[in-house]
Design a protein. Sequence first.
Length: 417
Amino acid sequence: MTHGTYMRKIIDYANRADPYPLYSELRKTPVLRDEDGPYLVSTYWEIHGLLHDPRISSDRRNLNPDAARLVALEDEEDDPMLTPNFIRLDPPDHDRLRRIAMYPFGPPHTPRRIHDMRGELARIVSGLIDDFQGRDGADLVDDFAYPFPVTVICRLLGVPRNDEPLFHDWADTIVAGADPDPDADATERRATVRRARTELSMYLSELIEDRRRTPSEDMLSALVHGDGPDGRMTHAELVSTASLLLIAGHETTVNLITNGMLTLLRHPDVLKRLHDDPHLAASLVEEVLRYEPPVQLLPQRTPLTDVDIAGVTIPKGESIWLILASGNRDPRRFPDPDRFDPDRKDNQHLGFGSGIHICYGAPLARLEAQLALTELARRLENPRLLEDPPPYRRNAVLRGPRHLPVGFDGVHAAREP
Ligand code: HEM
């Protein structure tokens, strides 16, 4: 056994296309002390319990330095320009910032924000599929699933359309920076990512100032001028929250759409059902989130005190990895877990996490994926996979195909609005 044997197996690219046999092996020991590595938690109820346990911190500053050194194989950049955003904070700061960010985003204060974007989302999807006309194939990552969510988050926040390409570039660079790549020059990569983060922060900072002077209908204006019982965010908090929304909603949604389409192409009977009946989309997307979740694991949890779980004591300050994708395939929670079943009832998957950090953007992500998969199923004639498995991204945490080459015989016309 070398240090972090299982952690290294999870990161090992050889396991990327099908990590599920490895997770099944891990579940034999629900809480596994990986030799000098993190504590790996792989069973549903143990993961669920820790996600709801107030003794478990999301704040990296609570990790003891030895544990931090061992697990920081390819850690994200800490940017002094940014205060920690709320995904990395504990109560009470987390709760305050999340509540303020929630006012302009959803019920009960702004119940129609996502609903009102439906028409615009559908137009973006239609436009991207229109571009497939006259072709016999496409890469569903580069040509479809990648441009879609960044465009949407830009519109939501209120980034002027002409500046959207800047965002695409910054988001690409920052997300690629979180992708472990042993062949790349680490120093150069870190410098590139830092530059993109700084430019993004400066851009958002100016945009926030602009909205302070001239408010409009977008979410950033609402955040800048919001006046709820929790008060307003500071300027630094606004910048870090806007960056979080941009990045958190980016590669995750790309992977949900591509994992979903890959799964459908491997299950042509379900693809045909979706083609015939768009109402299947809601339960189908939930099943994709269980069966092939875009966020495979949460590698950033730390106990604030010794915690006993499944016969193991996890000491204060150690690193815990919660393997959501493994919990989603736990036979003690989901009958026949390795079967893709869009009719599954009782599908409380861990694809969006659980507890106080449960995904803030879930309603938007669900809608984007439902629209995208329904339109692809409806408009592509005889779609088929050109490579199975497709080439995957290196990233073990945000897992999904890097490319998804698909062939088709034609493209049906878009529906009239
Ligand atoms: C399929 C797409 C998505 C998936 C699978 C996903 C998954 C997740 C997961 C697993 C968490 C929990 C993290 C943790 O407990 O540490 C989370 C949190 C979060 N997500 Fe998402 N997400 C998606 C889309 C989005 C979108 C579109 C947005 C923004 C509009 C977003 C914003 C956030 C934020 C702000 C948090 C932090 C919440 C908190 O700390 O309270 N996500 N997401």
